[in-house]
Design a protein around this ligand. Sequence first.
Ligand code: UT7
Length: 326
Amino acid sequence: MLRARIVATGSYLPEKIVTNQDLERIVDTSDEWITERTGIKERRIVGGCQAASDLAYEAAHAALKKTHIKAKDLDLIIVATVTGDMPFPSTACLLQARLGAKHAAAFDLAAACSGFIYGLHTANAMIKSGMHQRILVVGTEVLSKFTDWEDRTTCIIFGDGAGAVLLEATKEKRGILSTHIASDGTLADLIMVPGGGSRMGCSRETIMKRLHFVKMKGNETFKVAVRTLEELASQTLAENKLDPSQLSLLIPHQANLRIIQATAKRLGLPMEKVFLNIEKYGNTSSASVPIALDEAVESGRVKDGDYLLLEAFGGGLTWASALIRW
Ligand code: UT7
């Protein structure tokens, strides 16, 4: 039986740091409020002309450097993003060109913060079916360019970054054991960028109304996220006949510390078994899970044979999980 195994991870964070104190000077907020309500202390923001494919390239390059796989060996590139360089061509095609991955097909996938795990789900199915052998999956976001820096309810949350994994077919009894993806489009209005698409194309009016920025009903989103992620995590473990105590590490989407704590509590997992970097990077949407995975691997928190649970929740609404045996 073929499985997809993660053979390398990589990530990239822009250098510029914006602290909560910096935000206190821009909007009516405080370090205390942001820390208490979200767990975020600072976030990374791109320099002027950096775009999603630039961040993706750095993360992919970092992953490729760690393995025998060369860019020309890739046969598929999936880029999860909702902040791509431009409507088209896809950010995945721009990345393919930068990497020189000339044998790879490339496409973008939009599932907001769940995008990376949606990408893993897709790559896993393609590897298991034998259609593809070596796949690069990237989550990359430049949310700072879609953030309304006058809106204190959103600008305190988001950050920029990218994370990447290289997947290869294996016959070993490890790799991706299962993935779950789900959506509820009836709640699309909870998080969206209303302008700039075919519904409300760019015009003087859409710009004046600030419709090209993220709009979020934060508290409503928070409640759905807590409920959904608790259920998703329990279901994923149950379907794999695993007890939460067998889990080595939960690697959650870093949206809000209180959401993460609620999921851990429901599973009865001590916080030592939960990987956190929200304090440093905020919510980087589809990049958050692969950045966290890369940092967990690089810091030695992931060992051969470990069970890892990845989970995410985001705009769409979408949610997703992946259970991995390392
Ligand atoms: O990435 C995937 C999807 N996104 C999420 O999962 C995000 C989920 N939501 C959240 O993380 C939280 O809802 C937020 C952090 C966005 C907001 O926290 P909250 O505890 O839900 O606050 P709230 O929206 O209920 O607002 C409480 C109060 C309000 O004031 P009043 O009406 O009680 O006077 C807000 O106006 O806090 C006020 N507020 C702020 N105060 C200081 C909202 N933003 C700020 C701020 N600084 N930045």
